[in-house]
Design a protein around this ligand. Structure first.
Ligand SMILES: O=C(O)CCC(=O)c1ccccc1C(=O)O
Ligand SMILES: [Mg+2]
Length: 376
């Protein structure tokens, strides 16, 4: 495929409600929408980096810079046959996974559209429907989280993930179990808010039948997590610590976790996501798809990858209405049945862009062609 033009738009999409985690508060999604054009088709991708580097090291600005200085020129000046070539082309550049992933995702969408198949099919996904959960932020009081969870349980979400931090953990989980019983599929995500010194505290969480505890320890650790996992019945799930299939292999070898959260952006794209999925499958490690408050475009990519068979646990990919007054895709991402999303069967991501909404939200628009870019 000869890529003729790449467009980049920066959008400011306000969240319906502020979202708090141990790593900070979020009120607005500041992200980049990528369009890749070739032979009359357009593929779309989304950069999931946050405005500030509190989740990982990337930011909206570092993604903008890497794309403009290197990644977009490289993509326009080189010949791509298949989406997997994009990962190979970008491989000499260390990290910047979210920047790479946004472009690679757009090329995957484009490729699927050119083949006349869905993105899920292009990735080898078989599932027609996926179960989804919801990630619930920290509130000023335990009661407020319980009441939020009440709403999401009523909507039919198949998994409830609550954010925890020291001082907002045991009492929260205890209150949720008291209110909803032992059968509610419940998990906690700490975003690295604890250390091994708090082993006794973390062990108290072990008595609540949680599906998993996500990333309790340092964002770059797999050694302490192995020590912690050996002391817990509850599976540990790694999010921040896994950036590549090699990271996943090492974590599996060390028994640092029993579940892996695959975020397409964090691992540099769909090609790497698929590799991690396959490795985990061979090792009986179930995976699930984490969210980064994606707009409908990133959400569609998440739905497509979740159609692969080892995505055995409901992901964070909730419906558009959980986040936005109005999403940037048509139709919006809606439940087929409570807690269930359909995997689109149309070409590519299977959603159209709502350009009226995009134009109303965009704060920057840039266009790149092979003849007007230079690498570096
Ligand atoms: O609803 C979502 O998209 C997931 C929200 C979420 O948990 C999250 C959002 C931003 C950064 C990190 C995380 C996380 O999973 O740790
Ligand atoms: Mg997480």
């Amino acid at each position: 495929m000869k890529i003729e033009k790449i467009e980049m738009r920066r959008l400011h999409l306000p969240l319906k409600q502020a979202f708090e985690a141990s790593i900070g508060q979020q009120t607005m999604r500041d992200f980049l929408l990528i369009s890749v054009h070739s032979e009359g088709e357009t593929g779309y991708g989304e950069s999931v980096a946050m405005p500030l580097p509190f989740y990982n090291e990337e930011t909206t600005e570092t993604v903008l810079y890497m794309m403009e200085a290197l990644l977009i020129p490289m993509l326009l000046k080189n010949k791509i046959e298949r989406p997997e070539d994009v990962a190979r082309l970008f491989a000499p550049i260390r990290r910047h996974h979210m920047a790479k992933s946004a472009l690679e995702g757009a090329v995957w969408d484009l490729y699927a559209k050119q083949q006349g198949i869905s993105l899920a099919q292009a990735l080898g996904g078989k599932r027609k429907e996926i179960d989804v959960g919801v990630s619930v932020g920290i509130e000023p009081t335990v009661e407020e989280v319980v009441s939020k969870v009440e709403g999401f349980v009523a909507e039919g979400y198949k998994k409830i993930k609550v954010k925890i931090k020291p001082g907002f953990d045991i009492a929260l989980i205890d209150a949720l179990r008291k209110r909803f019983g032992d059968d509610l599929p419940l998990m906690a995500d700490a975003n690295s808010a604890y250390t091994l010194d708090q082993m006794d505290l973390i062990k108290q969480l072990d008595d609540y039948n949680l599906i998993m505890i996500e990333q309790p320890l340092a964002h770059d650790d797999i050694v302490d997590h192995a020590r912690l996992q050996s002391q817990l019945k509850t599976p540990i799930c790694l999010d921040e610590s896994i950036h590549t299939v090699e990271d996943a292999r090492r974590a599996i070898e060390l028994s640092s976790c029993r579940i892996i959260n695959i975020k397409v952006g964090r691992v540099g794209g769909l090609t790497e996501s698929k590799k991690i999925h396959d490795l985990c499958q061979e090792n009986n490690i179930p995976v699930w798809c984490g969210g980064m408050f994606e707009s409908g475009v990133g959400r569609a990519h998440n739905i497509a990858i979740t159609s692969l068979s080892n995505f055995k646990i409901p992901g964070d990919t909730a419906a558009s209405s959980r986040y936005w007054k109005q999403d940037i895709v048509l139709p919006e991402v809606e439940f087929l049945r409570p807690g269930v999303l359909a995997v689109p069967e149309g070409p590519g991501i299977g959603y159209e862009i709502n350009w009226e909404v995009v134009k109303s939200l965009q704060v920057l628009e840039k266009s790149f062609r092979p003849e007007n870019v230079t690498i570096g």
